[in-house]
Design a binder for this molecule. Structure first.
Ligand code: UDP
Ligand code: MG
Length: 318
């Protein structure tokens, strides 16, 4: 019998987990010819999440859990889940039911009957999201897809079902700065996209602030494109050509009309402009340097303090 592992990152989700579990039980009943395991990854929650996960694990052997020593972020949680998964197929999904579990049977059917290694999902609408957030997201996707060879699909969710082959490929990418939307595309394989309408989260609230999203988008840009690094050279060349033209112009003008000393304000403006551009370019280089720095340290992507396999980790209880 084939096995599906479902990786579920949870960060302060005490309200959502029981609802999610109910839903999953319903869906798993509909798929009697598959075995399931659910790997809940507690991403350093400060609420009752871990306690609830332990109870679930006691009650239902299909529910495993991993618990991080602190909040490492959703990307790390997904990586940890994939790494610990045993199934022939692995799904990743949110616990807030924004990724409808009802799609799982269809996704599984596609992987087994059609020639695909990956079924991914995207939202067909962004209903229920603040307008400004949708606008900025669209802008980000347009920009990143222009400068990156890896296609980052707009509206793509982290809800997917992958074959073991693909999971192993994703695990090969053990980079510290993880941007899964890019990683899943980068590894290739044939992907089928399913669309669904945006669903509001069932309980609790979103963990993504605008600030977090901004830094996450930088991750996407620096992680999958080095085009910004060329920007400095391009701007440099443009400025160089422009100043040659200016020099020629000024020499000719001086020869013909003499050289009255004025133009202090324009000079100051030019100095500000050029130093601004220089700082901007240095900043871009710095952005990549900082990523390189973090990668070379080779720090672990996550640290476990407890899991369903290490005997309930009672020594970590307060
Ligand atoms: N999540 C996580 N670590 C974090 C932030 C979020 O594991 O640092 C989990 C969260 O528990 C949820 C999923 O990632 O299962 C998606 O988070 P959320 O619903 O807040 O994001 P949104 O759906 O608004 O994009
Ligand atoms: Mg959500």
């Amino acid at each position: 019998m084939e096995k599906i592992s479902v990786v579920v990152p949870c960060f302060n989700e005490e309200e959502a987990i029981p609802v999610y579990y109910q839903e999953m039980c319903r869906v798993m009943k509909k798929m009697p010819d598959v075995r399931f395991e659910m790997i809940f990854v507690d991403d350093g929650s400060s609420d009752q999440t871990l306690k609830i996960l332990k109870e679930l694990n006691q009650k239902d052997q299909r529910c495993r859990y991993l618990s991080f020593s602190r909040n490492f972020g959703k990307e790390a949680a997904i990586y940890a889940g994939l790494k610990n998964s045993e199934g022939d197929y692995v799904a990743t999904m949110d616990v807030d039911l924004q990724d409808p579990p009802d799609m799982l049977p269809e996704m599984y059917r596609i992987l087994t009957e059609e020639d695909y290694d990956n079924v991914a999902t995207k939202r067909s609408t962004r209903d229920g999201e603040p307008k400004i957030r949708s606008f900025l997201s669209e802008l980000f996707y347009k920009f990143v897809n222009r400068i990156s060879k890896t296609e980052i699909v707009s509206g793509a969710r982290d809800f997917r079902l992958m074959s073991r082959k693909m999971v192993d490929a994703v695990l090969e990418m053990s980079e510290y700065n993880r941007f899964s939307k890019g990683i899943f595309e980068w590894v290739g394989f044939r992907t089928k996209w399913l669309e669904f309408k945006n669903v509001e989260r069932c309980a609790g609230e979103t963990k993504w602030s605008m600030r977090k999203l901004f830094f996450y988008s930088l991750e996407g840009i620096t992680g999958f494109s080095v085009a910004p690094l060329s920007l400095a050279s391009i701007i440099g060349i443009l400025f160089f050509l422009f100043s040659i033209a200016m020099i020629v112009f000024i020499i000719i003008r001086t020869v013909i009309w003499g050289d009255p000393v004025d133009g202090w304000p324009s000079l100051v403006c030019i100095i500000f402009l050029v130093s601004g551009v220089q700082l901007f370019c240095t900043g871009i280089v710095g952005e990549y340097l900082s990523k390189t720095y973090l990668e070379t340290k080779n720090r672990p992507i996550f640290i476990l303090k407890d899991s369903s396999e290490t005997g309930n980790g009672s020594r970590y209880e307060e």
